[in-house]
Design a binder for this molecule. Structure first.
Ligand SMILES: [Fe+2]
Ligand SMILES: [Fe+2]
Length: 205
């Protein structure tokens, strides 16, 4: 989908400005680098269109949702969702963005993490939560688990347990119908991968 077909010139300028601002928080790539943000953004635009969401609010929330993640990883803040919402409020207010929309973006950011923070109350918050989890399932999810393992010196067996403990449960945490469909498909592929790698590890030819 082309952003030009969906957004006005003003919206596009705001989105581009926000993208640059968000990008400046990420110094390195990795499992939670800016490429994750770009994928979540693309998923949000796809799901948001299907579900009839406010695409501008959703686009800004997607771009900003993990800006405080590098700070959390460095041990400087405790909760990147809460801190990301705080920084985003300041940023959007400084641009004169309408207050109710600032709050809509901030709520989605605050609620994107399922282990902490409030439950998503709005459609946009639900879609951001869905898109963030979808990026952990399927081929991309597999790539990210092993990338994370490489970053943390974890072996293959531990990585596989992480699929069983966490990744395989994500499909049941989707809020929107569109995300449920994508999740089912990515889930099937993940299960197939685990079965196959288990067989290879056990020496089956
Ligand atoms: Fe996050
Ligand atoms: Fe994320």
């Amino acid at each position: 989908m082309k952003l030009e077909d969906v957004f006005s010139k003003e919206s596009l300028a705001l989105i581009e400005r926000t993208r640059e601002f968000a990008k400046s928080f990420f110094e390195r790539e990795g499992t939670h680098g800016f490429s994750h943000v770009e994928r979540v953004f693309n998923l949000c635009m796809h799901i948001g269109r299907e579900e009839g969401a406010d695409l501008e609010v959703l686009a800004l929330a997607a771009l900003l949702h993990d800006i405080a993640r590098p700070l959390e990883d460095a041990g400087k803040v405790e909760d990147h969702a809460a801190e990301g919402a705080r920084i985003s409020r300041q940023f959007l207010r400084s641009l004169g963005y309408p207050e109710e929309k600032v709050e809509a973006v901030a709520h989605a950011i605050e609620a994107h993490r399922f282990s902490k923070g409030p439950e998503p109350r709005t459609l946009e918050a639900k879609i951001l939560s869905d898109a963030d989890k979808l990026d952990a399932i399927g081929a991309i999810g597999i790539a990210r688990v092993f990338m994370y393992s490489g970053e943390h010196g974890r072996d293959i067996e531990t990585s596989l347990r992480h699929f069983e403990d966490k990744i395989l449960k994500l499909k049941d945490l989707m809020y929107t119908e569109t995300a449920k469909r994508i999740a089912e498909d990515r889930h099937r592929f993940t299960v197939e991968f685990i079965e196959r790698i288990r067989r290879e590890i056990e020496g089956e030819l």
